[in-house]
Design a protein around this ligand. Structure first.
Ligand code: F3S
Length: 283
């Protein structure tokens, strides 16, 4: 059995930056709270908890006078609510998410209805919508837009940073088809993260030649699920959070195994999977 890792693996730039900030602040101040989970990965959260990083479930759950905002960012309204309670913020918002927030703000200010191609329940998307002064909506289905009452003539479209680029372009094409006859003005801004683009391309390249792909990451991690979705278009794919979830029966008759991982999956977890596969080879 041959085992190969995709080229882009380990923390992305934004998660690495957020974890570094939290580790430093926890060390300097003896602990730190984060507003919501800083990453969607249980193993990383456990490691951070061991050095004093506590997750506050919401603003009402913040116990101290300082809180860290996750790499997904928050809306300006939520930032204001925190400030009004005299709680200091440590901002670990990823610069790629910040860019999407600024884009949304500028579009809304210029009179566009802001449309985010993304998951409306994801914290990043909720935050970006807030930056659009709530003059926007998030959806993965262009038909939702056609049904909006009194749809403004000017539409500004951006993308959740972790979406699959070809899905975004497909959405745009269908949107153009559905609104073009109505004298609309459409402004499209590509806000997909560069790191995600490279990671997805590297995973797909490997998936095209591998007999089976293992995608390692949180079951609730959006970008991990999308990596698994992408790989499953090319080959048999399993999403696992840890090495313990591996089932030897998956590998019967498979000779080339590819490994990739979500942006918040630590290299330690990837290496544990690697070691377990290597042990199976000789088991
Ligand atoms: Fe940022 Fe992209 Fe990671 S948006 S948090 S670098 S996946």
């Amino acid at each position: 059995m041959r085992i190969e890792k995709a080229d882009e693996i380990g923390f992305c730039f934004g998660v690495r930056r957020a974890v570094d900030i939290l580790e430093r602040v926890a060390r300097e101040r003896g602990g730190v709270e984060t507003l919501g989970a800083v990453v969607h990965n249980q193993q990383v959260l456990q490691r951070l908890a061991e050095i004093g990083v506590r997750v506050a479930k919401g603003v009402d759950d913040i116990q101290g006078d300082m809180v860290a905002i996750s790499s997904h960012g928050v809306s300006p309204q939520l930032e204001e609510e925190i400030r009004a309670r005299h709680i200091e913020t440590i901002d670990t918002t990823c610069p790629f998410v910040r860019r999407a927030q600024i884009v949304a703000h500028r579009l809304a200010d210029s009179g566009f209805l802001v449309i985010i191609y993304g998951d409306a329940d994801h914290p990043e998307v909720k935050g970006v919508l807030g930056w659009a002064n709530n003059k926007g909506l998030a959806t993965l289905d262009e038909k939702v837009i056609a049904k909006v009452d009194n749809l403004p003539r000017r539409l500004g479209v951006l993308c959740q940073t972790t979406q699959i680029p070809t899905h975004f372009t497909g959405f745009i094409k269908r949107l153009i088809d559905s609104v073009f006859a109505r004298d609309f003005e459409l402004r499209i801004i590509d806000t997909i993260c560069h790191d995600i683009r490279q990671r997805q391309a590297a995973a797909l390249k490997l998936a095209r030649t591998a007999d089976l792909m293992l995608v390692i990451g949180g079951h609730n991690s959006a970008n991990t699920n999308r990596l698994a979705q992408l790989c499953s278009m090319a080959t048999k794919t399993y999403l696992i959070e840890t090495a313990e979830e591996i089932q030897p029966a998956w590998f019967q008759g498979q000779s080339y195994i590819g490994i990739t991982a979500g942006t918040s999956t630590a290299l330690e977890t990837v290496n544990e999977v690697w070691l377990k596969l290597e042990a199976m080879k000789f088991g």
